[in-house]
Each structure stands twice: as structure tokens, then as C-alpha cells.
Design a protein around this ligand. Structure first.
Ligand code: PMM
Length: 269
């Protein structure tokens, strides 16, 4: 899943794709380089971010979704708002990526249930302006599992078909670096929820901390190789998808991981 943030303030690519033509060109490039889905978002969720107003978010996202869909690119919409999600679905999005797992907008789950789309429910505890203070766990894996299980139940109760639902541990969302690493280490436990997993590690702050030197955290643009390593490692653990800022290096890492695991059967006999 290639990331396309049509925002002025996302942590990694904020401001780069606010222009419609630049956004569409980047989405096309991500797809051409191997992204199976391009994830279009119009609201930054970086820690501390303030919310975009609904109309602004919709106006950013819909034309990009329309043009990418018209060009044959499978598109998801990264939004916590039912109205924005449904406008994007009407414009051609086939998947709703809701970082709040249905918690931010009481209308989201029913709206998705009534549409012919897949749904990503991410683990989330609160909006960006307060999520740092919510990063408190006795056992992060057990609590993320149990809270995601509640979101899965809510989605099913709202009428979303089970085989349409993908779960995501929400790295960096109300989580410290140590929490993120523990979740990545224990994806097998999250997989016991019985749904495919999406993992979004790309360029996040915990990678900057991992690679820090005396000048401070590694800058956002120089975290790519560590992200590709994570892609290879999680691809070997059967995750459904990775959400990344570039496509080709991650695609290559997935190919190598799958070949090494002999999942393509080419080494048989
Ligand atoms: N991370 C961000 C935004 N949306 N969606 C899912 N499903 N999983 C994530 O980890 C996730 C997300 C924040 O990263 P960005 O600002 O680079 O998009």
C-alpha cells in the first residue's frame, strides 16, 4: 500500500502533494513501481496534529481518488470520517482505511457496511493532539489485541462482512518506540484474531530513534532502508500488507522474503 498524503502537514511528505496534478502523478508512480493500492489521505495524524475540517479533507481527497481510479489504480481512502469515506467510495475507492477503527465517527462502521468496500480497522486510542498521553500499557500486545478484537466485533455487529476486514496494530499511535518493537515482534499473537494484518512502520519516529546519532534522530527521509528491512521481516510472517512511502524497494523486499520462505513453491523437489 503506497502512501499519498494530500496534506500540508504530514510528518514525511506534508505539502508535497497538495497540488492535484502532483498528487495524481505521485499516485501513478507508486502504482507503476509496485504498489497494489494507493492510500489517499487528506488529514495528518502525526502526533500533535490538529484536525482538518471535514470539507477541506473531502476536497483534498476526492479529486485525487477520482483521477487515480479513472487511470485504473486501486485506491484506498485514509480517513476517520464517514462522510469523507463515502465521498471517496463514490469516487472509486475500494477500501476504507480508518485509523480509529470506527471510534472517531459513530457513523463510520454502518456507512462502510452499506458500501461495497474492504475496511482497515487500526488500533487507536484517541486523536493526535492527545495520543502521546495515551501510550500507557501493562502488556501492549495483550491490550492491543483485546482492543482490536473489540473493534472487530463492533465492525461485525455493524454488518461489515468478516472477510472484508483487515486489522492494523497502529504503530506510533499512542505507542512508544518500545511498544512498536514489541508489537512487531509479536505479530503472530495479533494474527490469532483471525484477520489479515496491515503494518505501517514506514519512516516513523521509532525508526528515527533507532538510527539516531549525536545529531539527534535520523531525519525522516533517511529512514527508508530500516523500513525496507521491516517489510522483509514482516513479509516473512505472512502479513497481508505494508503501508509505505515508496513502492519498489518494499516490493523487492517482499519478493525476496517470499522466495526465501519458498512460498512460491519454486524450490519444491
Ligand atoms: N499511519 C499513518 C497514517 N495512516 N493507516 C494505517 N492503516 N496504518 C498506519 O500505521 C498509518 C495509517 C501515519 O503515517 P503517514 O503520516 O506517513 O501517513
Amino acid at each position: 500500500m503506497g502512501i499519498l498524503n494530500v496534506t500540508p502537514d504530514s510528518f514525511s511528505d506534508g505539502g508535497e502533494y497538495l497540488d492535484l496534478d502532483a498528487a495524481v502523478a505521485h499516485g501513478l508512480a507508486l502504482h507503476a513501481e509496485g504498489a497494489d493500492i494507493v492510500d489517499v489521505g487528506g488529514e495528518s495524524t502525526r502526533p500533535g496534529a490538529l484536525r482538518a475540517d471535514p470539507r477541506t479533507e473531502r476536497d483534498r481527497v476526492v479529486p485525487v481518488v477520482e483521477q487515480l481510479t479513472a487511470a485504473g489504480v486501486p485506491v484506498s481512502v485514509d480517513t476517520m470520517r464517514a462522510d469523507v469515506a463515502m465521498a471517496a467510495v463514490a469516487a472509486g475507492a475500494g477500501l476504507v482505511n480508518d485509523v480509529s477503527g470506527g471510534l472517531a465517527d459513530p457513523d463510520m462502521l454502518a456507512a462502510v457496511a452499506g458500501a461495497d468496500v474492504d475496511y482497515v480497522a487500526m488500533h487507536w486510542r484517541g486523536h493526535s493532539d492527545r495520543m502521546v498521553g495515551l501510550a500507557s500499557y501493562a502488556d501492549v500486545v495483550a491490550e492491543v489485541c483485546s482492543e482490536l478484537s473489540d473493534r472487530l466485533d463492533a465492525a461485525l455487529a455493524a454488518g461489515i462482512a468478516k472477510d472484508r476486514i483487515i486489522l492494523d496494530p497502529g504503530l506510533g499511535f499512542a505507542k512508544t518506540a518500545a511498544h512498536n518493537w514489541e508489537l512487531l515482534r509479536r505479530l503472530d499473537t495479533l494474527a490469532t484474531l483471525g484477520r489479515p494484518l496491515l503494518v505501517g512502520a514506514s519512516r516513523k519516529r521509532f525508526l528515527g530513534e533507532l538510527l539516531a546519532d549525536e545529531d539527534g534522530p535520523r531525519p525522516v527521509r533517511e529512514r527508508e532502508d530500516a523500513g525496507v528491512a521491516i517489510t522483509a521481516l514482516v513479509a516473512a510472517q505472512h502479513v497481508w500488507g505494508v503501508r509505505t512511502h515508496t513502492a519498489r524497494p518494499h516490493r523487492d523486499a517482499i519478493a525476496a522474503a517470499h522466495r526465501l520462505a519458498a512460498r512460491d513453491g519454486r524450490d519444491a523437489g
